[in-house]
Write a protein that binds this ligand. Structure first.
Ligand SMILES: [Zn+2]
Length: 150
Protein backbone atom coordinates (compact mmCIF):
# COMPACT_ATOMS: atom_id res chain seq x y z
CA UNK A 1 0.00 0.00 0.00
CA UNK A 2 2.71 2.46 1.03
CA UNK A 3 4.95 1.60 -1.91
CA UNK A 4 1.99 1.98 -4.28
CA UNK A 5 1.23 5.42 -2.89
CA UNK A 6 4.89 6.32 -3.24
CA UNK A 7 4.86 5.22 -6.88
CA UNK A 8 1.84 7.39 -7.60
CA UNK A 9 3.48 10.32 -5.90
CA UNK A 10 6.71 9.77 -7.84
CA UNK A 11 4.61 9.88 -11.01
CA UNK A 12 3.30 13.36 -10.16
CA UNK A 13 -0.03 12.38 -8.63
CA UNK A 14 -1.21 14.43 -5.67
CA UNK A 15 -2.73 12.18 -3.03
CA UNK A 16 -5.93 12.91 -1.14
CA UNK A 17 -8.12 10.65 0.95
CA UNK A 18 -11.91 10.98 0.93
CA UNK A 19 -13.60 8.91 3.61
CA UNK A 20 -17.01 8.32 5.18
CA UNK A 21 -16.69 8.28 8.96
CA UNK A 22 -20.22 7.63 10.16
CA UNK A 23 -18.70 6.13 13.33
CA UNK A 24 -18.60 9.73 14.54
CA UNK A 25 -22.34 10.17 13.95
CA UNK A 26 -22.96 6.83 15.65
CA UNK A 27 -20.95 7.88 18.70
CA UNK A 28 -18.28 5.17 18.33
CA UNK A 29 -15.51 7.76 18.27
CA UNK A 30 -15.20 11.54 18.16
CA UNK A 31 -13.84 13.92 15.55
CA UNK A 32 -10.95 14.53 17.93
CA UNK A 33 -10.20 10.77 18.03
CA UNK A 34 -10.29 10.63 14.25
CA UNK A 35 -8.00 13.61 13.92
CA UNK A 36 -5.48 11.97 16.24
CA UNK A 37 -5.61 8.80 14.14
CA UNK A 38 -5.31 10.75 10.90
CA UNK A 39 -2.35 12.74 12.18
CA UNK A 40 -0.63 9.57 13.26
CA UNK A 41 -1.31 8.03 9.84
CA UNK A 42 -0.05 11.08 7.95
CA UNK A 43 3.06 11.13 10.08
CA UNK A 44 3.76 7.43 9.51
CA UNK A 45 3.38 7.89 5.77
CA UNK A 46 5.50 11.00 5.76
CA UNK A 47 8.31 9.09 7.41
CA UNK A 48 8.10 6.63 4.52
CA UNK A 49 8.27 9.47 2.03
CA UNK A 50 4.57 9.62 1.19
CA UNK A 51 2.84 12.95 1.44
CA UNK A 52 -0.97 12.96 1.57
CA UNK A 53 -2.17 16.48 0.69
CA UNK A 54 -5.23 16.21 2.90
CA UNK A 55 -7.78 13.83 4.36
CA UNK A 56 -11.40 14.81 3.75
CA UNK A 57 -13.98 13.05 5.90
CA UNK A 58 -17.74 13.06 6.36
CA UNK A 59 -18.81 12.66 10.01
CA UNK A 60 -22.55 12.62 9.24
CA UNK A 61 -25.21 9.97 9.02
CA UNK A 62 -28.97 10.26 8.44
CA UNK A 63 -29.61 8.02 11.49
CA UNK A 64 -26.94 9.48 13.74
CA UNK A 65 -27.25 9.10 17.49
CA UNK A 66 -25.09 12.19 18.02
CA UNK A 67 -27.54 14.95 17.15
CA UNK A 68 -25.22 17.45 15.53
CA UNK A 69 -24.13 14.89 12.93
CA UNK A 70 -27.64 13.71 12.07
CA UNK A 71 -28.33 14.95 8.60
CA UNK A 72 -28.57 14.11 4.96
CA UNK A 73 -25.44 15.86 3.83
CA UNK A 74 -23.68 16.47 0.57
CA UNK A 75 -20.39 15.05 1.72
CA UNK A 76 -21.19 11.43 2.53
CA UNK A 77 -20.18 9.25 -0.42
CA UNK A 78 -21.75 8.59 -2.92
CA UNK A 79 -22.40 12.33 -2.63
CA UNK A 80 -19.49 14.20 -4.15
CA UNK A 81 -19.20 17.29 -1.93
CA UNK A 82 -15.84 16.31 -0.44
CA UNK A 83 -14.37 15.53 -3.85
CA UNK A 84 -15.40 18.94 -5.14
CA UNK A 85 -13.93 20.56 -2.05
CA UNK A 86 -10.66 18.70 -2.64
CA UNK A 87 -10.63 19.69 -6.31
CA UNK A 88 -11.23 23.34 -5.53
CA UNK A 89 -8.61 23.42 -2.76
CA UNK A 90 -5.98 21.67 -4.87
CA UNK A 91 -6.70 23.97 -7.81
CA UNK A 92 -5.72 26.96 -5.69
CA UNK A 93 -2.25 25.55 -5.26
CA UNK A 94 -1.58 23.26 -8.19
CA UNK A 95 -2.26 22.95 -11.86
CA UNK A 96 -4.34 19.80 -11.54
CA UNK A 97 -5.78 18.00 -14.52
CA UNK A 98 -8.99 16.02 -13.98
CA UNK A 99 -8.55 14.24 -17.33
CA UNK A 100 -5.51 12.54 -15.87
CA UNK A 101 -6.79 12.18 -12.33
CA UNK A 102 -7.95 8.93 -10.79
CA UNK A 103 -10.15 7.74 -7.97
CA UNK A 104 -9.49 4.40 -6.30
CA UNK A 105 -11.97 2.69 -4.01
CA UNK A 106 -13.33 -0.67 -2.98
CA UNK A 107 -16.97 0.37 -3.27
CA UNK A 108 -18.90 1.84 -6.16
CA UNK A 109 -19.89 4.77 -3.97
CA UNK A 110 -16.20 5.76 -3.74
CA UNK A 111 -16.16 6.47 -7.46
CA UNK A 112 -19.27 8.60 -7.85
CA UNK A 113 -17.11 11.62 -8.73
CA UNK A 114 -16.28 9.82 -11.99
CA UNK A 115 -19.88 10.37 -13.09
CA UNK A 116 -19.47 14.14 -12.79
CA UNK A 117 -15.91 14.61 -14.04
CA UNK A 118 -13.44 12.94 -16.44
CA UNK A 119 -11.70 11.37 -13.41
CA UNK A 120 -11.05 7.71 -14.10
CA UNK A 121 -12.31 5.22 -11.53
CA UNK A 122 -10.55 2.10 -10.29
CA UNK A 123 -12.69 -0.32 -8.35
CA UNK A 124 -10.83 -2.81 -6.21
CA UNK A 125 -13.19 -5.73 -6.61
CA UNK A 126 -12.41 -8.27 -9.29
CA UNK A 127 -15.85 -9.87 -8.96
CA UNK A 128 -17.45 -6.67 -10.08
CA UNK A 129 -18.05 -5.97 -13.75
CA UNK A 130 -18.58 -2.48 -14.93
CA UNK A 131 -18.20 -0.54 -18.13
CA UNK A 132 -17.78 2.66 -16.12
CA UNK A 133 -14.84 1.63 -13.97
CA UNK A 134 -11.69 -0.40 -14.31
CA UNK A 135 -12.05 -3.36 -11.95
CA UNK A 136 -8.89 -4.73 -10.42
CA UNK A 137 -8.13 -7.40 -7.83
CA UNK A 138 -6.12 -5.29 -5.41
CA UNK A 139 -4.39 -1.98 -4.83
CA UNK A 140 -1.09 -3.15 -6.30
CA UNK A 141 -2.90 -4.19 -9.45
CA UNK A 142 -4.57 -0.79 -9.66
CA UNK A 143 -1.21 0.97 -9.43
CA UNK A 144 0.32 -1.20 -12.15
CA UNK A 145 -2.62 -0.46 -14.41
CA UNK A 146 -2.54 3.27 -13.72
CA UNK A 147 1.16 3.59 -14.45
CA UNK A 148 0.86 1.54 -17.62
CA UNK A 149 -1.94 3.81 -18.86
CA UNK A 150 -0.04 6.95 -18.06
ZN1 LIG B 1 -21.36 14.62 5.48
Amino acid sequence: MVSGLKLLQDNDFLLVIVTNQSGIAKGFYTEKDLEILHNWMLNELEQKGVNISKIYYCPHHPNAVVKKYKKICGCRKPETGLYWQAISELKQEYDIDLEHSIAIGDKERDLSICNETPIKGYLINSNFHSSKFICVSDFKNAIEHILKEK
